[in-house]
Write a new protein. Structure first.
Length: 468
């Protein structure tokens, strides 16, 4: 990174000449499943804090942050120092106890609300969130002796063959013949686009009632499952927070029927929503919590945290070579120290609220910004069609116009029509104001383009499938 003032600055066309060279090499060497560089065409030189720099010297305010992995931004000095210290000790030690691992575990359990940590066990999984989801389902099957799983429309739980089976995105599974059997999908409380065509003011949380009716009905066709799994804020599904009453009724239903409730906090966890885990804001205690992405402090790690009554696994029942990533334990413990000791959650709530208000102000002035939603620093803006332009066209133009001004983010939701912001949790108010300035300029440019002529283009960048 250069010593320039900490502001975004785009100096070349995108992609610049050096980025173009590496992007061409990548296209020649890597699989066609690559996603991010297709829509954000830059080759990265490095990052510091909330900023990234490409090989051509262009500087971007990063509101993607490794899809939420980099909770403290790029090259956080405390995490870098912790990883460096650990490099002198060891980097990989299977599931042997180490000081780094025990410090990580102690801090992880201490961040759970109330006395939940005293009644919980931790299992270290492979390096990805999908590995942890797979372990959570396996644990629930072992505990209950049942085999089916209930998931929700719009949910995303991974890209492995087992986790795709409980993921809502149909395009990722249509070409696969055999998947994990026994998955059933139910409506999620997405009030902006209610799957039951109801309005919040007149709804009686019918989505939760529908689930209860099916499970209670001897002719409902769905067997009592081993688990119910959901995200409380759907990430890839379009940054959709679940309605409070929906979650609380779902917890009551699963408790009454003795069905383990698995909360997937892979993207929403580790302080992202303003509490360490999003379930704290819903007044519930899950049976199993899935955590990954930011938990390793920028290094691959995933865990499940579950009620000790479910700990019926025999030795070796669920293993994984890379479940002992010592760099992740050291850097992850540093993340948890910063959260606990430096007021990071308060910053997430305060700066997240500032960002949200700025986005709401833009929404009031521009009709193609249909909905602003999210919790903390997990925010989304859903784009809707206007003047003959499809939502996909408009969202793609917003992404491109923002990138050309120095703001990097990606799209989410059905047809990639939701602008998704996942900035660093230590984002400053000044950086948030800069992001609003850049995004506001991109919105204004897009609005003028809509006014000049009806939309006639192809619907933006073709969807590459869900991004992790």
């Amino acid at each position: 990174m250069t010593g320039r003032e900490n502001r975004a600055a785009v100096l070349t066309e995108l992609p610049g000449p050096l980025s173009r060279k590496l992007l061409a090499e990548q296209a020649a060497n890597e699989s066609s499943a690559r996603t991010y560089p297709r829509n954000v065409p830059i080759a990265i030189a490095g990052g510091s804090g909330s900023y990234l720099e490409d090989l051509d010297g262009n500087r971007f305010l990063d509101f993607l942050c490794g899809a939420g992995v980099l909770a403290l931004g790029h090259s956080h000095p405390g995490q870098v120092a912790a990883a460096h210290r650990q490099l002198d000790v060891s980097t990989h030690l299977l599931d042997f106890p180490t000081e780094a691992k025990q410090e990580f575990t102690r801090r992880l359990l201490s961040l759970l609300p109330g006395d939940m940590g005293e009644r919980s066990r931790v299992h270290f999984c492979g390096p990805t969130g999908a590995d942890a989801v797979d372990a959570a389902i396996k644990l629930c099957k072992t505990y209950t002796g049942r085999g089916d799983v209930i998931a929700f429309h719009g949910g995303f739980h991974g890209s492995t063959q087992s986790t795709i089976a409980i993921t809502g995105l149909r395009s990722s599974k249509e070409h696969l013949v055999n998947l994990l059997p026994g998955a059933s999908f139910f409506p999620y409380s997405s009030c902006f686009r209610c799957p039951l065509a109801l309005k919040p003011e007149s709804c009686e949380i019918n989505c939760a009632q529908y689930l209860a009716n099916v499970l209670d009905d001897p002719n409902g066709g769905v067997r009592k499952p081993a688990a119910v799994i959901l995200e409380l804020v759907q990430g890839e599904g379009g940054v959709v927070p679940a309605r409070l009453e929906f979650v609380q009724q779902l917890r009551e239903i699963t408790r009454r029927l003795d069905i383990p409730l698995v909360i997937d906090e892979v993207q929403s966890g580790c302080g992202r929503t303003g509490t360490w885990y999003s379930f704290e804001q819903y007044g519930i205690e899950p049976d199993v919590v899935v955590s990954s992405k930011a938990i390793g402090g920028g290094h691959p790690a995933s865990v499940i945290i579950y009620n000790e009554r479910m700990d019926g696994w025999k030795p070796g029942a669920h293993t994984g070579t890379f479940r002992g990533n010592q760099l992740a334990f050291a850097a992850g413990a540093e993340l948890m120290r910063v959260v606990a000791e430096e007021g990071l959650l308060e910053n997430v709530r305060e700066v997240g609220g500032f960002l949200r208000e700025g986005l709401l102000e833009l929404q009031r002035r521009h009709p193609f910004l249909g909905d602003v939603r999210g919790l903390g620093l997990m925010l989304g803006v859903e784009v809707v069609p206007v003047n003959g332009w499809t939502a996909a066209q408009l969202a793609d133009r917003l992404r491109r116009a923002s990138l050309e001004r120095g703001l990097l983010f990606e799209l989410a939701g059905r047809d990639d029509v939701v602008v998704r912001f996942l900035p660093a949790l230590n984002l400053s108010r000044a950086e948030a104001a800069e992001a609003l300035e850049i995004f506001g300029a991109a919105v204004t440019e897009t609005a003028k383009e809509c006014e000049r002529s009806p939309g006639t283009d192809s619907p933006g960048a073709a969807s590459e499938g869900t991004k992790p």
